[in-house]
Design a protein around this ligand. Structure first.
Ligand code: HEM
Length: 208
């Protein structure tokens, strides 16, 4: 994944709208997903639990699809560079925590799908009866192991998200220069309008 070199520009540069829309859509889906997961795990077996589980699988598949689209968009449209006066450790921490977030966003649904693939059936139903293909050749013990990994990933993702949100708030309210404005609706603290510096509609390219 490209890590953009910093820029000397004083103009705040932000992600393009497709990246921003995907970021916040995935946030809403992931929070719903975590709530669904913890809720159905505690429910007694029966139709209500099944219904929650079907929604959990559906939202998981949607998160995976949107994450792959987001990653594809990102690889073709590298994110805007950070300001040159941003300390290198913060740039490195941001780059690696974002890579890890992408990894979790892919690994979580994949381990969930493997966990749901030990039934011997070739598909598993999503909302509206949509058949999601299961992973072939998964036996019961592999499925169980994958379910265990899925659980560990849930807690790791929650821990990383707490860190990510803390970093965003630190960038917005404490750090100088703080770079939270890169992800609208965060705004530049000095009131400067942030310029889109990613993707085809990049105002940066047009101005250059
Ligand atoms: C489900 C929860 C979330 C996930 C999975 C997530 C994931 C990500 C990822 C992967 C990036 C890097 C984007 C890229 O370069 O491609 C990012 C950027 C960002 N996120 Fe989140 N995020 C979440 C929640 C939040 C929340 C709740 C906030 C605010 C409180 C937030 C604020 C930001 C900011 C400010 C950036 C830009 C950082 C930068 O450019 O260095 N995120 N997020």
């Amino acid at each position: 994944m490209a890590h953009m070199s910093p820029t000397a520009s004083r103009q705040p540069l932000r992600y393009a709208n497709p990246a921003v829309a995907l970021h916040w859509t995935i946030v809403v889906l992931l929070l719903t997903q975590v709530w669904l997961g913890f809720t159905f795990a505690d429910m007694p077996r029966g139709p209500a639990r099944m219904e929650f589980f079907t929604w959990h699988k559906t939202i998981g598949a949607t998160i995976l699809l949107l994450t792959l689209i987001r990653l594809g968009y990102r690889l073709r449209n590298p994110p805007p560079p950070y300001p040159v006066d941003m300390p290198a450790w913060r740039m490195t921490a941001a780059a690696w925590s974002h890579r890890l977030l992408y990894f979790f966003l892919i690994a979580l649904p994949v381990t969930g799908l493997v966990a749901a693939s030990g039934t011997g059936k070739s598909t598993t139903p999503l909302v509206g009866g949509i058949p999601l293909p299961t992973v072939p050749g998964v036996n019961e013990s592999t499925a169980e192991l994958s379910g265990g990994v899925h659980e560990v990933l849930v807690w790791s993702t929650i821990a990383l998200l707490v860190l990510h949100v803390a970093a965003a708030l630190y960038e917005q309210f404490v750090a100088r220069p703080g770079v939270a404005y890169r992800m609208p609706p965060f705004r530049d603290r000095d009131g400067q309008p942030a310029v889109i510096a990613q993707g085809e509609g990049s105002q940066l390219n047009e101005a250059d």
